[in-house]
Write a protein that binds this ligand. Sequence first.
Ligand code: ISE
Length: 335
Amino acid sequence: MSELRIGLVGTGMIGRTHIERINNRLQGAKVIACADANIDFCKSVAEKYGIKAYDKGEDMIASDDIDAVIVTTLDPFHEQYVMAAIKAGKYVFCEKPLAPEADACRRIVDAEIAGGKQLVQVGFMRRYDPGYRQLKALIESGKYGLPLMLHCVHRNYDAPGFTTSMPVENSMIHEIDVLRWLLGEDYATAEVVFPKTTRNAENGLRDPQIMYLTTKSGVRIDVESFVNCRYGYDVKCEVVCEEGSLNLPEPANAMIRTNDSRVTPICHDWSERFPEAYNTEFQEWINACKAGRVDGPSAWDGYVGQVTAKAASKARDTQTVVNIEYDEMPDFYKK
Ligand code: ISE
């Protein structure tokens, strides 16, 4: 296959950044069509990029012109388009979460297994960030002993429209996935506590929140989510091992001396903080599709992430520690 022909469904902000990235910066693929229920907007996006517009995602996915699919619709619509791609036997990249409910993720897993071929990748892009990759290599080197505790922070400048469930299900879902990948093990329990709420939180949102996870082997993790921190986008991760502490690198920004101060700017949002992760994520996905395999976060990872997020949500709503129960991992996903 010379160039992978991609159809993208859901032309919102993240979908458009993926078209831009694939068509203008990456190698070996082009987004050649897009679909959106809002057909007028979809047509304007298609015109901008010189690609074809469809009003029905399913028609685009079934078309012989399309080799692979990207799903960037609103979360509740992910399942239907991922299922359509599985039915058509096409590789499909679905933005996180795979689906808002764990049952829907399990249905996708079952459909993929029934189809007999791994096709689904979930957009957990932190696994592609060079800093997290360094942390994983350091942990796996064994030089610092076993990880014992992780202290993590995930702050957004603001988060208009956020409700109390979203810090877990929309923001810390990234930590849920990337920390499980870093440590190579599943979680056992979840708890979520509320510090004092900021006066910048609107409509009853509880912000900040602290999520505690323990892994099956007993590693203890705390993740602070503060979605209205009002100073920028800040992500931290410290892995405390038996003989060393491993810290996620900060993006390298030049220090400026100005106005009687030394200032090192930090990012404003995720698109500034993780551009390299997105580039690598999509380049590797394109390469893998062309080589006929999935090597990124799988539908199973999407299912595990959602089961964990739901347990953490239950822990938050009941203010108890919740045991996390996963189905047994099917052989299909064992590497
Ligand atoms: C958003 O959906 C993301 O994926 C960002 O990485 C996260 O920081 C933000 O809180 C989410 O709303």
